[in-house]
Every structure is written in structure tokens, then in C-alpha cells.
Design a binder for this molecule. Sequence first.
Ligand code: GLV
Ligand code: MN
Ligand code: MN
Length: 418
Amino acid sequence: MEVTERSLSETLEALARFSGAGPGVTRIAYDAAWREAHRWLRERATALGLAAYPDAAGNLFFHDPALEPGADTRALFVGSHLDSVVHGGRYDGAYGTVSGMLIAAELRGTGKLPVVGFVTFEEEGSRFPGMLLGARSVLGKVKADELDQVKDAAGVSWRAALEEAHAEGCAVPLAAGDAPFHPPFRPATMLELHIEQGPVLEREGGAIAIVEHIAGYRRMIARLRGAARHSGTTPMTERRDTLAAAAEMILAAEALALELGAPAVATTGNVRPAPGLFNVIAGECELWFDVRHPGSAALDAMALELARRCRAIAERRGIEVKLERSSGEDPTPLSGALAGEATRLAAELALVHRRMTSGAGHDAMEFARSGVPTLMVFVPSRGGVSHSPEEFTSPAALFTGYRFTRELARRLSERGAA
Ligand code: GLV
Ligand code: MN
Ligand code: MN
């Protein structure tokens, strides 16, 4: 089989149909849309002549049926994640997922190093706190007690959520003992093809970016406690209004990133006042902060400074504040050798290309940190828009990234990589 611009786009469109209620794509780990997408991918891969193998967490692997899964079976991993944010786009994760499956099909039985397409069950952290749970389980980094400790916002444990996926054939039984997930192959090298999710390539007229570094992030929850009082009778000078304090904190986060300048970014993604009524001053409020920077020291300094500013605001307003680190990933360099090889290939193929640092987090981080030589390739995102129903990349641009990644995979597989 030969993948064309059209068949690549049609496969992506077909995957985008598996979504919760619109707008955009909502496919959250183990939910109904996720399970249907999972089944569809397994059927599609089988029709392409591949074996589709889900692991115990619901990560999915596509491989030559002649290849025996096993912890010592080295493979070139090509893929990305199946989950999305709520009302996300149709390309984030899905593009790399579909490409990994198609590249595994096109290169089946060719080089020295077998190509395995992979799909992580969850990268975004849309259901469970933190990110990269899928990649962590693929790499065998999850301990059995995490299955009960990790819970979604409704209090459903990872283990309970996973039971439904097991029941529907989206996952095989958990292994006994301390490590419930075993990697079915040994990743010798990892490639992740992804949309840029930012504006640089489109602005510069580039076809692809070779990602050499991924910014880190720190997520922090601020819990404010003031005084819930009558909104009509409490004088303005005698209030301990957590929502007014939260407003200052949100602006402080924004100001901090602006003062530091690019590439620093800071976002308050959620504000939860209580009791949330017209006639009661908010006695409590929760804020979710996400700060990002490609430099480790700068990232830590930024998180500390935001915490300091929040405390100062709270103190001035007579509000108690508890700051809790929710999750984070350190900035992660990808393989310099692979980046060099990819840059030479892009020049050879006369593609307009550049090196880039990713502002978004990716499965690739977890692989790189595990010592797997890892590289990402980006294609342009229209208007730099992502995590939005408006995400768009043209079929031609998607196919350029696909052909480039397939050729890189072909060369790596042929020589046995490393
Ligand atoms: C994932 O897309 C992230 O960077 O938050
Ligand atoms: Mn994303
Ligand atoms: Mn992604």
C-alpha cells in the first residue's frame, strides 16, 4: 500500500469523527469516544496488514504480525497520543497517531530495526492530573499503587476507569506485582510527528520544524480563603473577597511573563469561586496556574516568583492562601544526533526547515528522559491555533511532514538506528 495526501487526510478525518459533543474534538481517556476511536484504529491497522496490540493501560501498538512482542524486541517507535483536550482540534495527537500507524504499514518488513506505530492512551491530562500518563505507562514507569491513587475530578480511580477499557478489548489484563504495565517492545528510537501549535512555521513559510528541545512547565493550584459575607451589607473596606484577590493574582501571573518576555509564558486556566452567587462575597476561591519556560533555572525562578507575588497579594488583602504544586515536567532536550540527521535530510529534500523549541508538552519528553534517542517533527498550524476547534493544517502540509518522517524512519530502520 502507498499512502497519498488524500488517504492521509481521509484517515485523519475519519478519526476526528470519534468525539464527544462539539465543538471540535473531545476524546478523553477511556470515555466512549476514546473507546470507539481505539476500536476503529485496531480495525484499520488490521486491514492494513498490521497486528494491533493494546497493552494493559490501553496504549496501542501497530506492528508487523511476524514480529514477536517482547521486552527485548528493539523497535523504532513512531506515534503520538489519542486523547484530546475538551473541545480541542482534530490534529493534536491524532496526526502523529495516524502517521505512526501508516508508516508502520508502509515500512512493514523492510529495515533492520522494525517500525512500531504507537498510540498513548493519555497525554493531555484532561482526565487525570498531570500529563504523559500514557508515555509513562508505555515506558514501564508506573507503580501499581498509582492505579488507586490517581483519580479524575469525579473521584474515579485510574484502576476503575481502566476496567471499562479492559471490558471492551481496549486493554489486556494488568500484570501482577508492582509494575502493572510492561512495554511490549523496547523503544530503540522514538519519532513523534505533530502540528506546531504555534505561529512560527506559517509566518516564516517553513514546511517543517525539527524540534530539539521542549519547554518545561509547573502547574500550581492556589486555594484562597477569605470571608463569605452579605454582598449588600458588608462595607467595601471590610471585605476579605477571595475573588477580588484572585483577579489580582491572575494579572500578576500575566505581568510576570510579560516582564520576563518570550519564551516565558504564564496562564491561569481556571478560577473556581465559592459559593459563586450574586449576593455572597466569594469566601473561597481556587486558581489553576500553568507557567512554562525552556530553561530549568528560569522555570523554577518563575514559579517561585509567582508564588511570592500571590502570597503578597493575599497578605495585603487579609486572605489565607495555600499554594500546592499540582504537576510539572522539566525542560527536555531531544536527541542532538537525530536533529542533525533530520536537518541534513530536510536539506537533501529541499524542504524549507528550521530548528525549534516546543512550547507545548509532548509524549516525546518522557521517552527522551528515559534515555531513548527521541525527535519530534512539526508542520505548520494555521494562525498558530491549537487546543481549539479551529486547529487546521492543510492536507498538503500534513503530507509533506508525513513523507519527511517516513523517509527519516526508513533510513533509521534500514541502518538499525542508534
Ligand atoms: C499539552 O498539550 C500541553 O502542553 O499542555
Ligand atoms: Mn495538546
Ligand atoms: Mn499533542
